[in-house]
Design a protein around this ligand. Structure first.
Ligand code: BGC
Ligand code: CA
Length: 418
């Protein structure tokens, strides 16, 4: 590991001493480095096979300065499932609205080929006892469509015993929330779908669960708020956290304040030719540093994963603004040692609630602190070309941060950097 870092910083030092002679300016040194040698960070959607979940190691090892920044999907998924189960137990006397002894829930699925979405579906099913494993021992994450009778094979009825009474927990329905044009994690689709579900079996729905807050809030606003049905999401977007005061059941913070920092920080470090852990596990000169409470680094996967925190009635007040930078890494870098550089960064979909209302506002604060001039581009959530068409001149940038639309499609981007 260490050796690699040294070799790398030698190469980087050569490249950047050239750059340093370029006479400052606004990152005007990009042309001296080949595009395929520039720092590349994948974030939020990890290059991987959307069928099997296997990581795309070619993409993750594109060059010496390539990393992924995301969060620990399994730890977060477990937390989400546990949060819902705890809520059900704590409210057992009033949760079964129609008193049929079945605690019915519906589930909004984000993107059936996205590792994070899959993990969350599995987390909820595992915690509630509705999970069924496939032949290779993995919890099935497929949607059931509707399952009011409890006959679906992708899930089973769970059993919950509280105060000597046994309840059944049933996944009444689940669906991937994809719109007609193909955009996934689609909040409006979730808002419409809850209407369809409610009109055919609304009295049976006791809990609403969602792979994210965007879809969760769409369902809450369309129905569950008024119906008084607890709704659970993921992301801790500000609007969802505020809704906890009105009965939104809870959400999970994926520590976007740490992820947004890491996304730009690993780029900064590569551009400065310093160790990748600078300002991460070891303090930089400005005093920025993270602790192992906030993230894990998996060297083999070239991936930084932020850790998740449950946000419920008990602690939501600390999370009301999701766009506040993480204090321990909010110190301004010196422009002498970390001169202004240009970064090209995209989000997969301009309509994504989490990226738009939480992640991007954070990036925009960290880019200033890290002296990075970032060009932000938003995709349409459907076609990779909506993004790659806007990377016509990679030579104009010093580094790239990429949020793929489909996790299989990393080469659509790396192809442009060859
Ligand atoms: C978030 C979702 C978001 C997705 C986009 C996930 O980490 O939880 O809200 O839609 O990323 O890729
Ligand atoms: Ca019921």
């Amino acid at each position: 590991m260490k050796k690699k870092v040294l070799a790398l910083s030698l190469a980087a030092a050569m490249a950047f001493s050239l750059a340093a002679c370029g006479g400052g300016g606004e990152g005007g040194d990009s042309s001296t480095v080949a595009n395929n040698q520039k720092p590349l960070v994948w974030f939020n959607r990890q290059p991987s096979n959307s069928e099997t979940g296997a990581l795309d190691m070619d993409a993750l090892n594109f060059n010496e300065d390539t990393y992924y920044v995301g969060f620990d999907a399994n730890q977060g998924a477990e937390l989400q499932g546990q949060m819902i189960l705890d809520y059900i137990k704590a409210h057992i006397d009033e949760i079964d609205k129609n008193g049929d002894g079945i605690i019915g829930y519906v589930l909004a699925i984000g993107d059936k080929g996205h590792n994070d979405s899959i993990a969350r579906t599995r987390g909820v099913r595992s915690a509630l006892g509705t999970a069924v494993k496939d032949d290779s021992g993995n919890v099935i994450s497929e949607a059931v469509g509707t399952n009011v009778e409890g006959k679906a094979t992708q899930v089973q009825d769970g059993k919950l015993e509280v105060n000597g009474k046994t309840y059944i927990i049933r996944e009444l329905a689940s669906q991937e929330m994809k719109n007609a044009a193909g955009a996934t994690w689609d909040a409006p689709t979730a808002g419409n779908t809850i209407g369809t579900w409610v009109s055919s079996f609304g009295d049976k729905i006791d809990v609403v669960a969602s792979n994210n807050d965007g879809m969760g809030m769409a369902m809450f606003n369309a129905w569950s708020n008024e119906a008084g049905v607890p709704t659970f999401g993921y992301d801790a977007n500000s609007d969802a956290v505020a809704a906890i005061a009105e009965g939104y059941g809870g959400t999970i913070s994926q520590h976007a304040d740490v992820q947004a920092y890491l996304t730009l920080r690993v780029i900064r470090n590569a551009l400065d030719g310093v160790d990748v852990q600078t300002g991460i596990s070891t303090a930089d000169e400005a005093g920025n540093v993270l602790s192992d409470q906030e993230y894990v680094y998996n060297a083999e996967e070239r991936s930084f994963y932020a850790l998740n925190v449950a946000v419920t009635e008990e602690n939501y007040e600390e999370f009301l603004d999701s766009t506040v930078t993480w204090k321990p890494v909010s110190n301004q870098l010196d422009k002498e040692t970390s001169p202004v550089k240009k970064v090209w960064l995209n989000t997969y979909n301009s309509a994504d609630n989490f990226l738009g209302s939480t992640y991007k506002p954070l990036l925009k604060k960290y880019d200033d602190l890290l002296n990075l001039e970032v060009e932000y581009v938003d995709g349409d959530g459907q076609s990779e070309a909506s993004i790659t068409n806007r990377l016509g001149n990679p030579s104009a940038y010093d580094a790239f941060a990429i949020n793929v639309i489909k996790t299989d499609n990393a080469t659509s981007y790396t192809g442009l950097l060859q």
